[in-house]
Design a protein around this ligand. Sequence first.
Ligand code: AGP
Length: 611
Amino acid sequence: MCGIVGYVGPRTAAPILLDGLQRLEYRGYDSAGIAILTPERKIEIKKTQGRLSVLLDALQGSTPPGYLGLGHTRWATHGEPNEINAHPHADCDGRLVVVHNGIIENYGSLREGLRAKGHHFTSETDTEVLAHLIEEEYRGHQGPDEFVTAVRRALKQARGAYALAAFCAEEPELLVGARLFSPMVVGLGSGENYLASDIPALLPYTRQALIVEDGEIVALDREGASIWNLEGVAISREPFHIGWDLEAAEKGGYPHFMLKEIYEEPQVIANALRGRLDGERVLLPEVDKLDLAKIQKAYIVACGTSHYAGLVGKRLIEEFARLPAESIIASEFRYSNPVLDQNTLVILISQSGETADTLAAFRLAKESGAPTLVVANVLGSSITRGADAVLYLQAGPEICVVATKTYLAMLAVLTLLALDLGQRRGLLAHSQIAPILQELRDLSAKVDRVLDGAEAIAEIARRYADRKNFFFIGRGWDYPSALEGALKLKEISYLHAEGYPAGELKHGPIALLDPEVPVMALATPGPLYEKIISNIQEVKARRAKVLAVAAEGDKEITHHADEVLWIPRTLEPLSPILSAVPLQLFAYYVARERGCDIDKPRNLAKSVTVE
Ligand code: AGP
């Protein structure tokens, strides 16, 4: 998620912008820049790759004068993290600039149309397309209202998600913002006004704010702010008082980044699918680079939570593409002398793209001549460099050490990959794939429904937070969910939790069960449901408590489980996406009850960059 700041007022803009960007650093970024309109009506842009300190050094003592400006920290989605792709981006003549947070899905076709009209581009970004689109709409017009109209007309042609801020040299006191599916907030000062992606950037300057809603555009001058919808209909909105302190503001008002990121999951699923569904087809042009005719088998290689996503990925690829697939932990794979050749696709999953064991597996695959496909979140991370194909999670930075939203994004992307491989191998008719794609589109709302039940899960967690040992059990599609649920609980509550195939209990672990060892049973609908019910009965016979994740409307489970964590019904191969949410919340509330350091658990790092 990029960071945006904007200022219009009587003070020198640069220091305010740089301070605002520093307050948005927690959002994660790979480059930064500012644009200032000088008193001579020239737009000065300064942008650098890397941390804000690099930009500050580059500006050393020569921050451009001027009272109107934009600042941006970039979390790359299109185009490598480098100075050229950093924001702000300008039009052909450098008479207007834009910064943007989001994804413009149709930027390619828009860029071709603009090139045909003579526009020339310097970067690979979707954002620069917006600058030229506004230029095209503003051509031949002038005046503040005309610039606002030009931005509005440009955005009506764009498809995707954006929080955008722009200004032009002709209007020295006009700042324009707009948002669709990406956050933006207006700060109201006295004789000066601000735009920002998030509240922390506003806190030193004002506590009066104005929310810009999806599909709205806002124009700021020194006196105030005006809001319209994209049809140009004016909207009146009351300001609100910001009561948060800085720490609370960085977490969006949530007590922990983990909870904030869990509540981002409906949007994260939508973003993972964004631009990749076209009616009844999955669109993954990245896969074009693979010679699928040669591929006879896939290894899926990762660590930790990403490995559990890989276990689901294995099932998905075998289910929809009928391609033999094996999911292996990276630290085992790299030393197992695996059979690798041009007929074996190696799929590597890594949120950070920097995990040592997964990188080692990547190098082993490359050396063996095996085609590589990477599923990653951080654009330009080590593992994405040199891969034959890269599928990005598009989940934005994950601040909490434990993976939550990126796990759901991985499952969504792996589902798309499996469906795409099935399509390309001629195994999936449109009539088969259509209902699956529709269910994928419906998942965001279903995750929202699970989040609505968070308080009930918190109550259950409070009842079990004093236990020392847990089992998590599941069968089939539920088995990886059991492993991931156990890991979440271990990581942040420091309680011992073991994920186990439910069918294996009687082969030993059942000896451990007693009333002090609760068992979390994944019991989602499917052909194995009766068998998990039998496993639950075995557990109950040992007087252990049973907590179950089950589908809404399941009456049977209430006769067997002591507690039920409900999820909406979905297609069996998509159930791991929904099952993960109550298990993440359960782990979170147990850890909170135990007073653990949830965002920075002891001994853990966000990315394990050493063996
Ligand atoms: C997940 O909660 C953990 N933080 C950890 O297991 C993580 O999934 C693993 O280290 C892999 O990280 P990666 O996806 O960045 O490679």
